[in-house]
Design a protein around this ligand. Sequence first.
Ligand code: GLU
Length: 335
Amino acid sequence: MSRARTLLLLAALSLPGLPRAAPPHPIGIAVDAAWEKYRNLDEGKNASYIPALARVDPKLFGIAVVTVDGKTFQKGDVTALFSIQSVSKVVALASVLETSGARTVLDKVGVDATGQVFNSIVAIEQHQGREMNPFVNPGALATTSLVAGKTAEEKWARVLAIHEAFTGRKLGIDEEVYRSEAASNERNHAIAKLMHAYGRLYFDPVATTDVYTRQCSIAVTAADLAVLAATLANGGRNPITGKQVVSPDNVQRILAVMATAGLYDDSGIWLYEVGLPAKSGVGGGIIAVAPGRFGIAVFSPPLDAAGNSVRAQRSIRDITATLRANPYEARSAKP
Ligand code: GLU
């Protein structure tokens, strides 16, 4: 372009009334920076106890943020589908809270951290199936068994429908992951049977385990999970569809369980360092919720020893710090 034309263009750009490029948004800047910083990080390993998860491309990495007023910020592989795994435990909990109430979850499942690994049989024995929470497998199976519906198909339809309400789109399951987990699911079957033996599972154990396995196999993207997280940040109203998915009172309870038990055995460290209620899944997804502000979701398959995505944890930690979104940050009144 000639110098004269460039000058003319610059003059035109500064004329009042002409549209100008919006300045970059702080959330967009934070998302881009975290993605750039961690894209080449090579730590952790895909989950392998579910064989299909070991085959997912470990390089996939996407970050998505949705604000409570529906603004979206994304970077990387945010449209790659992956299995939701334990992030679905948040959604199943929401379903049971809505249909059966807070008391039912408290009495029939429990809401305390067990201090044991997520699929611990020792934890069941310790309290004879009591004192679980909806995010460890015994409590998650009990929660799924409480989903409204007389048959497994009715329960499954309800589980899928509430995932769709949270993400704002039609969803399906990742058949390969479902088949892979169903074929290697002895431990979850054992957990369901033991819970049933203690009277702490409220539907047929084999059928419950199947609905639970399907629930964990729902295929989502980081973009979907950011909408889900933003719905929780927004008092239960999906900021994209405008639909009230879960009541504000129940959101408060869900976030409490996410804060205490969302990141497996590292939930305490997470709260200590990041402060946001979050939930992780062995598929490599993590959601985190900044109440009243935004929801964030990151997908990256390699996990650390506790089972949490390495890149997802680091990205969310950085973004939370940059945006000063830790709800425990000291904010004293001005003298
Ligand atoms: N479907 C997995 C299981 O039950 C979910 C594990 C997870 O994401 O924590 O083992």
